[in-house]
Design a protein around this ligand. Structure first.
Ligand code: SF4
Length: 311
């Protein structure tokens, strides 16, 4: 299995996305209730060289060599934690763009470090940045995102605003709604006002669609979702796009499947769509990995998700 590369995975926002984890473990400035990587193991705002740029690049080169002709929609820096915590973020982005300039490079971030001018500069060579901002109400922020002590959501929002003004690529903001926590009228009004001055392309309103650190979290009802969509002028949630299962006729190997579900729990259908593999073959490999106790199946909202982790 690869240490840093995972996927491709299907993303409703980025299509078929080849993921790169810049931390190598669950290291983040937040410990969100909904995190699909599971609880944060190291909560920090300190930037370090958590993963070696040379090792990351070697894994990417190997994947590109082994999968010639396969072009994911995006290469995405994300994974098990906050990618901007890696001090080598700028070098990693530049190196990837050098060897693969044609695939758009996306960065997922929880926005906590966007106020750091150095981070802003390092993100300059990315094509797309996807910051999240679930709430502008400090109490909701602490309850939902469980940030490092002392982090203030208004300061983070200020950093995000400055970042959006200076960054020349696409900015796709994400707000994940959890009923009873950040779906309040106060939050909706504050976010609506904030977005009026934010230089961004789009806002994606999302709900918890996979098993997360806390399985008991609920998703908002249709009425709440529609109220937020109307206020924020966001489109309805989009279906995941990508290849149909089995169109490449490729067999999905056990290591490819494990790399894909290692950081993101997925259903059989999502896996087949992301890997372009046939459902029957993929299902057989999953069953074998289950018997070997390498993979677990978890029920979530009437669907079966495969993962390597305990939640
Ligand atoms: S969801 Fe993102 S920001 Fe939240 S704990 Fe997980 S990796 Fe960190």
């Amino acid at each position: 299995m690869a240490d840093y590369l995972f996927g491709p995975v299907m993303s409703s926002r980025l299509g078929r996305s080849l993921g790169i984890d810049l931390l190598g473990d669950r290291i983040c400035s937040f410990d969100c209730l909904y995190c699909e990587s599971g609880p944060t193991l190291k909560k920090t705002m300190t930037r370090q060289e958590y993963a070696d740029p040379g090792a990351i690049l070697a894994e990417l080169e190997r994947w590109l060599r082994d999968n010639q002709g396969d072009k994911p929609d995006h290469i995405t820096l994300g994974g098990e934690g906050e990618p901007c915590l890696n001090l080598q973020l700028g070098k990693i982005i530049r190196d990837i763009k050098k060897i693969q300039p044609d695939i758009p490079l996306a960065v997922l971030t929880n926005s906590s470090l966007l106020g750091d001018h150095q981070v802003l500069e390092e993100l300059g060579s990315a094509d797309v940045v996807l910051p999240s901002l679930d709430t502008l109400v400090q109490e909701e922020f602490i309850r939902l995102n469980r940030p490092c002590a002392g982090l203030d959501i208004q300061e983070i929002a200020g950093g995000l605003e400055t970042f959006c003004k200076e960054f020349s690529g696409r900015v796709l903001l994400e707000i994940l709604l959890v009923p009873g926590i950040n779906d309040s009228r106060e939050n909706m009004e504050k976010i609506t006002a904030f977005l009026k001055n934010l230089d961004h392309e789009r806002v994606d309103l999302t709900v918890m669609s996979r098993p997360g650190a806390h399985m008991q979290l609920k998703t908002p009802d249709h009425e709440t979702l529609h109220r937020w969509q109307r206020a924020l002028h966001t489109p309805p949630a989009r279906a995941e796009k990508g290849m149909e299962p089995g169109t490449t006729g490729r067999a999905a190997s056990a290591s490819t499947i494990m790399d894909s579900i290692r950081r993101r729990p997925q259903t059989l259908e999502q896996l087949c769509s992301a890997l372009g593999s046939a459902p029957e073959e993929t299902s057989a490999v999953l069953h074998r990995l289950g018997r070997e106790q390498k993979v677990r199946a978890l029920g979530h909202r009437k669907e079966k998700f495969y993962t390597l982790k305990e939640f």
